[in-house]
Design a binder for this molecule. Structure first.
Ligand code: COA
Length: 142
């Protein structure tokens, strides 16, 4: 789903309903071309290198998270679109859709220092599922 206002696109909500199937599709269809285009042994900035390393060694959600919460989501709104209830209503709309599709849970990964977003997710019924290197996994049963 995409948020659009008079200035143009202001945000998105993405979801894969089956995380493992999505990871397999990405590995088969998407990453081979990107790895060929962005090899590891090129001089680039540390920030770019960090992203390129993710193409070669993607982070995979933990089994215990995916088993109970097979869908996952990503949401980002530009600052002009934040704090007006759009994030909450996009996530509620997605959860209703996934429930109708028979999906039993959805998870997300959020930076451990992103306190505002974590507070919002907890208010929307997401519970703590564990920690990544510098992130938290949160999930909501549907
Ligand atoms: C987190 C985010 C999706 C929430 O959507 P939203 O439409 O701003 O949220 P709502 O208006 O429905 O709810 C407001 C709540 O969002 C939280 N929030 C998080 N980041 C915020 C920001 N930059 N501005 C305003 N609210 C923010 C606040 O905690 C607020 O709750 P509060 O009233 O307890 O302070 C959105 O603010 C955003 O995209 N932020 C930047 C990118 C990001 O952090 N993405 C999440 C990565 S997992």
């Amino acid at each position: 789903m995409v948020v659009v206002d008079e200035e143009g696109v202001g945000g998105y909500l993405l979801c894969a309903r089956d995380t493992r199937a999505h990871e397999a599709w990405v590995e088969q269809h998407w990453l081979p071309g990107l790895r060929a285009d962005y090899s590891l042994d090129v001089d680039r900035s540390p920030a770019d290198q960090e992203i390129v390393e993710l193409l070669h060694s993607p982070q995979i959600a933990p089994d215990e998270v995916v088993a109970e919460f097979p869908a996952h989501l990503h949401i980002d709104l530009l600052s002009r679109c934040r704090g007006r209830g759009l994030g909450s209503s996009l996530i509620e709309g997605l959860c209703s859709f996934l429930t109708g599709e028979g999906v039993r849970g959805v998870h997300l990964e959020v930076g451990a220092d992103n306190e505002g977003a974590i507070r919002l997710y907890r208010r929307l019924g997401f519970v703590d599922l564990g920690r990544g290197a510098s992130s938290l996994y949160l999930g909501r049963r549907l």
